[in-house]
Design a protein around this ligand. Structure first.
Ligand code: D61
Ligand code: MG
Length: 416
């Protein structure tokens, strides 16, 4: 907590959000009267940092269904990601996972000891038990998406098949993340929380997943390279290096930065669809659930943009205070549009005029601004309010921050 506050010292509204978050009652979720649910939400909290919070805040009608949707796909992904499982073993599991989820008692112990979510598959019988208790309509949606994702993963896991073209990149991201968007939209419409139009807009639902996945793939360059996974498309990196791993060489620093801005630009192309999708979502709990991951993604892209560290350091993340602040502010379309405008401006301000994508990124930032001004006019006032809390470096904000920190320290000692 103390280090998170220090990191947010020049962002008083983040300090405030951190303190509020720390003081909020923590006993919100109690699953102790249902052993299966207790195990399921234990696994959710173990396997996901960011999704656990937003899933647990969903309305009761959808909460368990989406929790199980997450755990099932996380299980599938834990088989996909494990490079210690040979392909002859791996591919049949990926292709049949949609049948496995109906087999009571099934568990999986073939993951390597270092696979981070290994335990989820070791205890996967609990997930299956929970899945079989869901309404059949939700089971059908989950099984259908699992089938399509597993087959897509199996295709890209096949020896000799790689993410070469930008079309491949979009296709791979469709399988592993776009399909999640499609399934979620079907659930929102099926339960009556949202109009049937949400499920019909598969293009927008897909973009919701692509924006998140492309941001992760751009951030995880070094980690994936270390584990011999390659998701940056050759059609992009091939413009800047002979081999993808050459981007990390110090002598290629300028080319690497150009390649990075190409990846950032490619991800940013989904933002207009994201805003259009969020505009359709009317149920407040669905809205926050959808909006929070997206605002975290644009904050992450802002952190990646022109940041050479992604070629030298693994695990670069946005500040904890920034995350907590974004979660608090993402509850209406006007506020979310204001957040997108704020980060689009920051991204644009950081761009290097000598970068080959300077104009492309600038055009997208301008379009985001223009769409928000015309479709979400309330975002202008929200933007002014948000900006008042991020006046980094001004003496006023430093004094405010110092005051809040002092307050926090007092409160901490009071409640400790
Ligand atoms: C609204 C709200 C949430 C949304 C959405 C729309 C549309 C799409 C998504 C969430 C999916 C976003 C995936 C982005 C994060 N990428 C990964 O986790 C990668 O694995 C992809 C395959 C497993 C997908 C699991 C998943 C994730 C979020 C969900 C969900 C299922 C179900 C419901 C709600 C949210 C990544 O994993 C890295 C890791 O192991 O940590 C990878 O392997 O590339
Ligand atoms: Mg994966």
């Amino acid at each position: 907590m103390a280090s998170a506050i220090l990191a947010s010292l020049f962002h008083p509204s983040e300090v405030l959000a951190l303190v509020q978050y720390k003081l909020a009652p923590k006993t919100k979720f109690d699953y102790s009267n249902d052993k299966t649910r207790e195990r399921l939400y234990h696994h959710l909290n173990m396997t996901s940092r960011s999704f656990a919070a937003v899933i647990q805040d969903l309305d009761e009608e959808l909460k368990d269904a989406i929790c199980l949707f997450y755990l099932i796909l996380r299980g599938l992904d834990t088989i996909e990601d494990d490079m210690t499982i040979d392909l002859e073993t791996k591919i049949p599991y990926l292709k049949t996972f949609h049948e496995i989820i109906y087999q009571k008692g099934w568990t999986f112990t073939k993951n390597g000891p270092n696979e981070k979510d290994r335990q989820l598959l070791v205890e996967f019988d609990v997930v299956i038990e929970g899945f079989l208790k869901l309404k059949p309509a939700y089971q059908t949606i989950i099984a259908d998406i699992t089938k399509r994702m597993g087959n897509g993963m199996a295709h890209y896991a096949t020896a000799g098949i790689r993410v070469d073209t930008i079309a491949d990149y979009d296709e791979y991201c469709h399988y592993v993340a776009g399909l999640v968007g499609l399934g979620l939209s079907e659930m929102f419409s099926a339960c009556g929380f949202e109009s049937p139009m949400v499920a019909k807009r598969k293009d927008l639902s897909n973009s919701m997943g692509l924006f998140l996945q492309k941001t992760n793939i751009t951030r995880d360059y070094l980690e994936d390279l270390r584990d011999n996974r390659r998701f940056w498309p050759k059609e992009i990196w091939g413009l800047y290096a002979e081999k993808m791993e050459d981007l990390v060489k110090p002598e290629n620093c300028d080319k690497a930065k150009q390649c990075l801005s190409h990846m950032v630009w490619n991800a940013m192309e989904h933002i207009k669809d994201v805003l259009e999708y969020l505009e359709m979502i009317k149920n407040p709990s669905c809205f926050k659930f959808c909006a929070i991951p997206q605002v975290m993604a644009i904050a992450t892209l802002n952190m990646l943009h022109t940041n050479y560290k992604i070629f030298t350091h693994e695990n670069i993340k946005i500040r904890k205070g920034e995350t907590v602040w974004l979660m608090k502010e993402s509850d209406t379309i006007d506020k979310v549009a204001a957040i997108f405008r704020l980060y689009a401006r920051e991204i644009n301000n950081k761009s290097n005029p000598l970068d080959p994508h300077f104009v492309n990124i600038g055009v997208l930032c301008g379009e985001i601004e223009q769409i928000c001004v015309s479709k979400y006019p309330g975002s202008t006032a929200e933007l002014s309010r948000l900006q008042a809390g991020v006046m980094a470096g001004t003496s006023g904000s430093v004094i405010t921050a110092a005051a809040v920190v002092a307050g926090a320290v007092v409160l901490k000692s009071t409640f400790a």
